[in-house]
Write a protein that binds this ligand. Structure first.
Ligand code: NAD
Length: 260
């Protein structure tokens, strides 16, 4: 289905991004993996994708808080594969703390990685997509793109920003067969969620079990975590020809959280 296409997925060394990059490779796309982590483990995953799915996989260590590195990642992908057809802006970080104690550098990093990086990547990839008159841009937003939770000021602000950027880019590229959408997952069990448990325990004075059941799963009527594979399946559909008329949408996948 995606043979001959190239997909760049930011923040794909782990969690949701890794599931998306694997799902695109399974459909035949060449992929660019990006993110941080242990070099040997990343190389193992990269090689594994090439061998399992008979596609080409590149790794870019570009830091999503550095605009020049983002532009370079897109240029390198275009040089290596001839195009960037699918761009998934997925890299993200979290920090949980009350506003009056929220470290300023954490605010700046979350806005840069979770929001501004999507702008820089879209800015770099759009000219090639326009020339080819085809493109798919998918932003991993969050339920926090439409609703808020306390103690996540930077994350909620960044994800609301991603929703606005998604809609604006969709309008700008509407006549170029480039769709721009956001997936808004509820809680997905990944390192990002695991890492916020101690911070949430401190911010809310709760035990680990209370955080999992009374904060995380409390939000989701299904009482189940969303899976990375479910998010990846939606990302595959959004990259398909059948999804041509879906653009500017913020698609919830949150077990009913935002139906409250
Ligand atoms: P994760 O921690 O497993 O993955 C985050 C990825 O981003 C990793 O590959 C990491 O190396 C990369 N990354 C972090 N900082 C980076 C930087 N400066 N430059 C490049 N890469 C960087 O987390 P995840 O849960 O898979 O999160 C992926 C996306 O999904 C994020 O945007 C997150 O906000 C969003 N999301 C997650 C959930 C959830 O419950 N896990 C829910 C909604 C939205």
């Amino acid at each position: 289905m995606l043979q001959g296409k190239t997909a760049v997925v930011t923040g794909s060394t782990s969690g949701i991004g890794l599931a998306i990059v694997r799902a695109y490779a399974e459909k035949g796309a060449n992929v660019v993996i990006n993110g941080f982590g242990n070099a040997d483990e990343i190389e193992y995953k990269r090689k594994g994708i090439e061998e399992e799915f008979a596609v080409k996989a590149l790794f870019s260590p570009a830091d999503m808080s550095a605009p020049a590195q983002i532009a370079q990642m897109i240029a390198e992908a275009e040089r290596a594969f001839g195009s960037v057809d699918i761009l998934v802006n997925n890299a993200g970080v979290q920090h949980v703390e009350p506003i009056e104690h929220f470290p300023i550098q954490k605010w700046d990093a979350i806005i840069a990685i979770n929001l501004s990086s999507a702008f820089h990547a879209i800015r770099a990839a759009a000219p090639g997509m326009k020339t080819r008159q085809w493109g798919r841009i998918i932003n991993t937003a969050s339920a926090h793109a439409t609703i808020a939770s306390p103690f996540k000021s930077a994350y909620v602000a960044a994800k609301h920003g991603v929703a606005g950027l998604t809609k604006t880019a969709a309008l700008e590229f509407a006549r170029d067969h480039i769709t721009v959408n956001a997936i808004a997952p509820g809680y997905v069990w990944t390192p990002l969620v695991e890492h916020q448990i101690p911070e949430t325990m401190a911010a809310r004075n709760m035990t680990r079990e209370q955080v999992i059941h009374d904060v995380l799963l409390e939000a989701q009527p299904t009482k189940e975590f969303v899976t990375s594979e479910q998010v990846a399946a939606l990302a595959v559909f959004l990259a398909s020809e059948d999804a041509q008329s879906i653009t500017g949408a913020i698609l919830a996948m949150d077990g009913g959280w935002t139906a409250h």
